[in-house]
Design a protein. Structure first.
Length: 279
């Protein structure tokens, strides 16, 4: 008998479950994390009664392991590492080889990861025509979908955000390092998350672009406070223990960590160090 509240998707594929959890003890820990996820849902304004659970806000820092830096030959094992380290969210970068000069993975990878975990899946679409492919990512199990203002659309950025919301998911806007914050202004009242890229999107392991991106992050934070908005500020690219505090000082609360999380042999220790850096 599976624990109450455990997502039935974990039971769809026995082999995937075995890879991701491997034992009854791990399954029990996953059940406990499921209840932690309820708090995360409340943070983003879902159906949780705030009177019964402490609210998590855009001031709460969170480390997001990025699958782009993981070993894709052992996806289930890598996802389980993030789970064991206590990650609440997992970040997945989709690259089309056109909007950015690299190709990563598509909806099938999102679907595979969803079978392995109940973590909140933060999907970042670095691609043109995200609206054309949107339904595939929604069906694959994405919880939040972030799209770029600079990309091409068959419809529009606004219409794509609306479709994500209509599907019951959260939505975000991403800005290239060279794109000013003002480009996001038409959408800030309709998003849950604003992602400021702190490297040129396309490849992991690049250096943190402090001078080019921190003023923009600070402007996004200031605008949010001035207009009583609630969107989260996420940074992605070159985030390590020495750069995460800089981003936090400028307003970030979501920190995407690829190489800095999956690179070290001990990912649980890496998570603790990264979390300590943004406390």
């Amino acid at each position: 008998m599976k624990p109450s509240g455990l997502d039935g998707r974990q039971m769809v594929n026995a082999s995937a479950s075995a890879v991701c959890y491997g034992s009854a003890a791990k399954l029990a820990r996953s059940w406990l994390r499921d209840h932690e996820k309820i708090a995360v849902a409340g943070w983003l304004g879902c159906v949780l009664d705030p009177a019964t659970m402490p609210a998590l806000t855009h001031e709460t820092p969170l480390i997001l392991p990025s699958l782009l830096a993981a070993d894709w030959s052992n996806v289930g094992v890598e996802v389980a590492k993030a789970d064991r380290a206590g990650a609440k969210w997992l970040h997945l970068d989709v690259m089309d080889g056109s909007f950015v000069d690299n190709i990563s993975f598509g909806p099938q990878m999102i679907q595979t990861v969803r079978k392995c975990t109940d973590m909140y899946l933060d999907v970042h679409l670095m691609m043109h025509r995200a609206d054309h492919y949107l339904e595939r990512f929604l069906k694959a199990g994405a919880d939040n979908i972030t799209i770029h203002v600079e990309a091409n659309y068959d419809s529009s950025v606004s219409e794509t955000l609306k479709r994500i919301r209509t599907a019951g998911k959260h939505c975000g806007i991403a800005l290239h390092p060279s794109t000013p914050f003002e480009a996001a202004l038409p959408y800030v009242h309709d998003i849950d998350l604003l992602l400021v890229m702190t490297v040129v999107p396309g490849f992991g392991g690049q250096p943190f672009m402090e001078k080019e991106t921190m003023p923009k992050l600070a402007a996004a934070c200031e605008y949010r406070e001035q207009h009583s908005l609630k969107y989260h500020l996420e940074v992605d690219g070159g985030i390590y223990v020495h750069t995460a505090p800089i981003a936090k000082q400028h307003g970030a609360n979501l920190f995407v960590c690829g190489t800095s999380f999956f690179g070290p042999e001990n990912t649980e220790a890496a998570m603790r160090q990264l979390e300590d850096a943004v406390v």
